[in-house]
Ligand binder design. Sequence first.
Ligand code: GLV
Ligand code: MN
Ligand code: MN
Length: 420
Amino acid sequence: MTGLDPAALGARADAMLTALAAISAEPGRLTRLYLTPEHRRAADLVGAWMRGAGLAVQEDALATVRGRLEAASGTRRTLVIGSHIDTVIDAGRFDGALGVVAGIVAVEELRRRAVALPFAVEVCAFGDEEGVRFPTTLLGSSAIAGILDPADLDRMDADGISVRAALAGYGCDIAGIAAARVAPADAVAYLEVHIEQGPVLEREGLALGVVTAIAGATRAVVTVTGEAGHAGTVPMALRRDALAAASELVLAVERIGRAGSADELVATVGRMAVRPGAVNVVAGAVELSLDVRAASDAPRRAAMAAIHAAADEIADRRGVAVDIAVTHDRDTAACTPAVVDALSGAVASLQLPPRRLMSGAGHDGQAMAMLTGIGMIFVRCRGGVSHNPAEYAAQGDIGLAVAALVRAVEGLAEEERERR
Ligand code: GLV
Ligand code: MN
Ligand code: MN
């Protein structure tokens, strides 16, 4: 297992990240949402890189770009490596893109080393991990895992376009959803490289970490309905102001989140839309987003119950209606011990301590865990900053992550040969 050059791997990956970061809906900042023209351009670029790496490329029914390197032996057993090419609004350039690029560069390297693999490797560029355009997330990985809820296809973006219509406009055929699935018996494991998006590795002076579990998450669309009225004539005591009620709810969400911080509970309202939204009109309705996460499932569920209770109390006292529609609810996904061990061995083989840590952020592994064993390598990022254009991971660390991924594939290949 000699001959790995992390510096060269990092330089190659970083150049690809720079190219992907230039594909955005907006000049001067990075925004690339699911099934948009920018997604198309990024998918085309990723597909071209995959072909260049010797992979057979197809796009599946959910627009996931899938590059496949067949096994030396022709078996259907498949190791999936992936991450996402959608971004948040005004994103950094590493979240998601890093894992896709790492997968491609790792396969290039495996081919350069002429490793005869006992399984196929499929590199996936998922299109909907962030869940920013539609009130749903992990659609691509859910299809591969065979757990896609068809009701998610009817969810609408802010312009009233459904996932179903957007997929058709993008050129995807949802008749192919079943065929997108990897059969459980064929799945070897799912691996993903991702920036940590938190401060632990940097604080400890470590380039890489190995993920033990991905925190569960609940997301909801909350609608507060009051009564619109004239800002000059409706007396204060007679108002049913949806924005004032929603504001109380936002603070209740923050209070509930803070109270559970020992369980690494976090609760966020990140978006609010006020209707009709005019200076001289008492707000008639407000729609807000809700995102609740914790290291384990019980505190998250307790927080959701507390938020429901707070919403009921505010609704009663203020004479408004509050509806909480859950759009995403996924339990904490443990990474698979055998895969965690394989990744730890790969990191240790680079003379780096295989620091194990939890992921507070969501990842496609949460869906893939319903199909197969999962594991992730985290890469140190500056200041723990993510979902922010200041997001930064050093080229040297990226190179080490790609090298660890190559070693992990080689390690899993060894285990697969022994299994036979
Ligand atoms: C995805 O980045 C998420 O955790 O929201
Ligand atoms: Mn991500
Ligand atoms: Mn993200």
